[in-house]
Each structure stands twice: as structure tokens, then as C-alpha cells.
Design a protein around this ligand. Structure first.
Ligand code: NAI
Ligand code: MG
Length: 335
């Protein structure tokens, strides 16, 4: 049994995590959940959205599955998602996007995995005003280091090799941002030499955006800096049915956190309408991370079967007529 920290989260969090744990149980996943409260739920109960015992549990067990957390506007508490990524130095953000059977989307046969550097780039928000009145002239600083670039690019190549992928595409803007993304590209070219079995190419980010919608099938594993990754990974989700059907992992050297990419959906919370698929796909990535590949594969097959044969049991956001519960039951029946 592997102990995994479970943070149900806010809004629809309870409903979707309970669906996911039910399905993993049914599939005989060797996981023992260590449940912890964070986010609004923890803020209301303990006055702290990220209590110490959550941090300690992740330090101890090193793997967490996290539902969506509400970041309330105006209370001044920082995003717990960002805090957890920083605290555990989860430098790889990994977002697969794969065409699903019977899910509406203008694109077919998409199967890409995006590795986004999670700690640097323009995304760090290091900004300042140049004019004294702080009204008319702002600047922002992007940070790229050789060390962090090496880590994320190596992670992408290692993933490609482990999953028998054919190609890694590095995305940059080195024609204009010659120092920062130029450094990222140079590091990529060096690392690629260690992986002669995997094809390597680099694309400029604007071209990449077009290629992703014109010829998504040519994209395999992608590695890029933080802000480009933020945008392109949502684009990739859009190619296969949106944020409701794509999972994500945040992985560092000492810990890994798996999460749904959507938020806490307060508009449908408590109504048995929430789609657990995104969190379920994140849970499958978690199972692969802890070497329970077979269980993950069995659940994936049961999900696909449910989408094809029992679509009516799925939730309305993906064209079904069912509820969180009927979907959960249908997947369990197919395991
Ligand atoms: P949201 O993703 O919660 O909701 C956007 C729309 O998508 C809503 O109409 C919602 O009903 C629908 N939706 C989302 N997930 C769904 C699911 N699993 N099944 C069916 N429908 C689903 O985004 P919103 O409304 O901007 O944010 C709400 C709260 O979530 C905010 O407090 C925000 O800070 C937080 N948030 C947390 C994230 C995280 O924990 N990683 C990510 C994004 C937002
Ligand atoms: Mg985003």
C-alpha cells in the first residue's frame, strides 16, 4: 500500500475526489489515502489555507492528489496551488492532451504531452514601475537559468524514452528573446545529444500555436518555458474537449502533486453534476508515477468504454444525461 495525501479541496472537490477514490478502490489500486484539508475549507476552519500538517504530510509521503481550491478574492490569501508548487519545488508541470472517444472536438487523433517549466520565465511576476506616478510605464523581468532548463528538458526526454515516444519539440522565441529563451534552446540542443533514439526539433512559439491546430498529429512531447507552457497547455486541452477532461501533474525531485486543471466550480457544487474525469486522469498519472501502470491502464479502458457505450451516464458538460454518481457507477461496472 502506498500512502498518498488526498486534498479534496473546495466546491465540487468533495464530489469529484469521492468519485475518483471509489473508482481507484474498485480497480484495486494499492493506495491508502491520507486526507488533509487545504484552501477555503482550511481557511474557514483553522484561519490558514495551507496548514502545517498538509505540508508535513506531503513531505512525508511525497505524493498528493489535489482537488480544486478556491482562491477567494479580497481576503488576501495567496493561491495555495502556487504556494505548494514553490514549497516543494515542483518544477515540471505535465499536461497530456489525448483525443477521447465520443467527446466532441473538431480535432481527431491528438496525443501530445506538454512539459511546462513551472518556476521561472516571465511568469514569476517580477515587475516594477518605471515612472514615479506608477501609471504610464511598467516593466517585467523573465528569469531563465541553465540549471532549471536542464531539469525540465531532461524530464521531457526521460518521459519520452520511458513512454516510447518518438519526438521532443522545444518551443521558444529565441529569435527575439535571445538571452532567456535562447539559453533554454541552447540547453535543449545539448541535452538532445544524449538521446539519439528520440527526434528533436525546435519551433518558435507563434508557429507552434498554428501547428498545434493545423497539424496536431505531428506534435508528440513538448517542452517549453513557463508562460508559453501556460498558454499552449490550455490550447492543447481545447483540442481534445477542454479543461473538464484533462489532468495535470506537478513533479519535483522530492514530491509530486496531481491535480485537475479546472477550478472549484461553485456554480454547480453539491448538485451531483460535476465531471470527475479531469481529476480521474490526474489520478491515472499518479498511479503511473507510483508504478501501478496496470491499474491505470485498466481504469483508462473502463473510462473509454463508458464514453463509447454508456455516454448517457456521463455528466452534461460532455454531452451526457447523467450525474457524478451515474458516471462513477458506470466506470466501476466497466472495470
Ligand atoms: P472553474 O473551472 O471552477 O469553472 C469554470 C466553469 O467550468 C464553470 O461553469 C464550472 O461549472 C465549469 N466546470 C469546471 N469544472 C467542472 C467539472 N469538473 N465538471 C463540470 N463543469 C465544470 O473556474 P472559475 O469559476 O473561474 O473559478 C472558481 C474557483 O476555482 C476560483 O476560486 C478559482 O480561484 C479556483 N480555481 C482553482 C484552480 C485549482 O485549484 N487548480 C484552477 C482554477 C480556478
Ligand atoms: Mg493556466
Amino acid at each position: 500500500m502506498k500512502k498518498v495525501v488526498l486534498i479534496p479541496g473546495d466546491g465540487i472537490g468533495k464530489e469529484i475526489t469521492s468519485s475518483v477514490t471509489t473508482i481507484l478502490d474498485k480497480a484495486d489500486a494499492q493506495v491508502e489515502w491520507v486526507e488533509k484539508k487545504a484552501g477555503l475549507a482550511a481557511y474557514e476552519e483553522f484561519g490558514n489555507p495551507l496548514p502545517d500538517d498538509v505540508i508535513e504530510a506531503i513531505e512525508k509521503h511525497r505524493v498528493a492528489l489535489k482537488g480544486p481550491l478556491t482562491t477567494p478574492v479580497g481576503t488576501g490569501f495567496r493561491s495555495v496551488n502556487v504556494a505548494l508548487r514553490q514549497k516543494f519545488h515542483l518544477y515540471s508541470n505535465i499536461r497530456p492532451a489525448r483525443t477521447l472517444p465520443n467527446i466532441d472536438s473538431p480535432f481527431r487523433s491528438v496525443d501530445m504531452v506538454i512539459f511546462r517549466e513551472n518556476t521561472q520565465g516571465l511568469y514569476i511576476g517580477k515587475e516594477h514601475w518605471v515612472d514615479e506616478a506608477k501609471k504610464t510605464h511598467a516593466e517585467s523581468i523573465a528569469v531563465v537559468t541553465e540549471e532549471a532548463s536542464k531539469k525540465i528538458i531532461t524530464a521531457a526526454f526521460e518521459y519520452a524514452r520511458a513512454h516510447e515516444r518518438k519526438k521532443v519539440t522545444l518551443v521558444h522565441k529565441a529569435n527575439i528573446l535571445k538571452f532567456t529563451t535562447g539559453l533554454f534552446l541552447d540547453v535543449g540542443r545539448e541535452i538532445a545529444k544524449n538521446y539519439p533514439d528520440i527526434e528533436f526539433e525546435d519551433l518558435i512559439v507563434d508557429n507552434m500555436a498554428m501547428q498545434m491546430v493545423m497539424r496536431p498529429k505531428r506534435i508528440d512531447v513538448v517542452v517549453t518555458t513557463n508562460l508559453f507552457g501556460d498558454i499552449l497547455s490550455d490550447l492543447a486541452s481545447g483540442l481534445v474537449g477542454g479543461l473538464g477532461v484533462t489532468g495535470a501533474a506537478n513533479i519535483g525531485d522530492d514530491a509530486a502533486m496531481f491535480e485537475a486543471v479546472h477550478g472549484s466550480a461553485p456554480d454547480i457544487a453539491g448538485q451531483n453534476k460535476a465531471n470527475p474525469l479531469a481529476l480521474l486522469f490526474s489520478a491515472l498519472m499518479m498511479l503511473e508515477h507510483i508504478d501501478q501502470m496496470k491499474v491505470a491502464e485498466n481504469i483508462r479502458k473502463a473510462i473509454y468504454k463508458t464514453l463509447v457505450e454508456r455516454k448517457v451516464y456521463c455528466t452534461p458538460d460532455i454531452g451526457g444525461e447523467g450525474t457524478t454518481s451515474t458516471f462513477t457507477q458506470a466506470v466501476c461496472d466497466n472495470i
